[in-house]
Design a protein around this ligand. Structure first.
Ligand SMILES: [Zn+2]
Length: 380
């Protein structure tokens, strides 16, 4: 991470570089700021600046051997500790097994949130930093640095230190070994022991502005400016949240496209197209299949509301609303239950690992029957 790839936080970058040049770097710092606001990438850029062998006025050089290692987050004097899920089989009591995975995840997404990490690590299970891990931290810091310069221990999400782990770290924070810098990266100080807080110097990072987030989405993620502004306005100062909203919208669009195609092909009884969709449905995997069915259920109920309970209250975007106008006349309050049953049963069968192709075809046949009855009703 370089300072120039950290979004916003200009004055903080200047202030940190000044402390390095003045020789006033504290041995224990706490980068404290809201989720998705950049405290973690800023901390990484700061440590990297100090580890660089030939730093420039406002950033690390990017060329020296240390920078080459920093580019891969594999510098031997840059250590990480972070929350993980403890388990007995396989035996996991420290972050040792997860070190490389963590580094690679952070390289891909330095704005990583705890929820994203927990989801990747163990499907969303709650994580902690254990006393055994704290022992490892103390041990890593007691070793000589490889480059004979500073060595860093970056503890990401110290909120997750349990009490025993916190206590083990106190002594190290109080009497650090020579040329050692400990950096805590936290979103909240609430769960931290006052004895820890009193031993670290705080680097407070504010939430990002809407303009900074919109610009980052445009430059880094290739989002059109209008969309970027709209995500930024809903992101509450978090680049991570803006990206999450973007992902949800993409997912919603993909689900809508598949749903519209499905309804049209069932309405027209076009089996070739239905079989193609069944293949696409199978490829979504279990989670994707359930999300699609959830979306279909929401859409069907939403379209009735949209058409009959006042469009101004509907939760549909423009594309969803356009199809609802054509679709809703085939759904009535009395008949909606049948569609609901077909899809709910599908959802249940996905959970029970039903063959996705067969299941999709089965639901399609039910829908064909449903539409045939409605068409007859319309013609009568
Ligand atoms: Zn360098």
């Amino acid at each position: 991470m370089k300072f120039n790839s950290v979004i916003g936080l200009g004055p903080k970058k200047k202030q940190l570089i000044k402390t390095v040049n003045d020789g006033h770097v504290s041995h224990a710092l706490m980068f404290h700021g809201p989720e998705g606001g950049g405290n973690f990438p800023l901390a990484l850029a700061f440590a990297s600046y100090i580890l660089c062998e030939n730093p420039g006025e406002d950033d690390r050089c990017g060329q020296c051997p240390a920078c080459k290692q920093l580019d891969k987050l594999s510098h031997p004097d840059l250590h990480f500790s972070f929350p993980f899920v403890k388990s007995s089989s396989p035996k996991i009591e420290t972050t040792e097994r997860h070190q490389r995975e963590f580094a690679e995840t952070v390289l891909k997404n330095p704005y990583l949130t705890l929820a994203e990490w927990e989801l990747q690590l163990a499907g969303g299970k709650k994580s902690i930093i254990t006393a055994e891990e704290a022992n490892n931290i103390v041990k890593a810091l007691s070793l000589k640095s490889f480059s004979r310069g500073y060595k860093f221990m970056v503890i990401w999400m110290p909120e997750k230190l349990n009490i025993a782990a916190s206590n083990k770290l106190l002594k190290t924070l109080e009497e650090p070994t020579d040329r050692t810098i400990i950096i805590l990266v936290c979103n909240s100080t609430e769960g931290l022991l006052p004895t820890i807080l009193s031993r670290v110097q705080e680097v407070r990072c504010d939430a990002l502005s809407e303009g900074e987030i919109a610009e980052a989405l445009t430059v880094r993620d290739g989002v059109a400016w209008n969309d970027a502004e709209s995500y930024a306005a809903r992101a509450e100062g978090s680049y991570s949240k803006a990206r999450r909203l973007m992902g949800e919208d993409e997912q919603r669009s993909a689900n809508l496209e598949m749903f519209v195609g499905w309804m049209r092909h069932c309405f027209k009884v076009s089996f070739t197209e239905i079989f193609k969709l069944a293949d696409a449905f199978a490829k979504l995997g279990k989670d994707g299949q359930q999300q699609f069915i959830d979306y279909a259920l929401e859409y069907i109920h939403g379209s009735v509301l949209h058409e009959f309970a006042g469009r101004e209250n509907a939760l549909f975007d423009a594309k969803e609303a356009a199809f609802a106008a054509k679709f809703a006349p085939y759904i009535t309050a009395g008949e909606i239950g049948r569609l609901h049953d077909v899809l709910s049963e599908g959802h249940y069968l996905v959970e029970r690992n039903a063959n996705a192709n067969l299941l999709f075809t089965h639901m399609s046949l039910e829908l064909i029957r449903y539409f045939a009855a409605r068409k007859a009703g319309h013609n009568a």
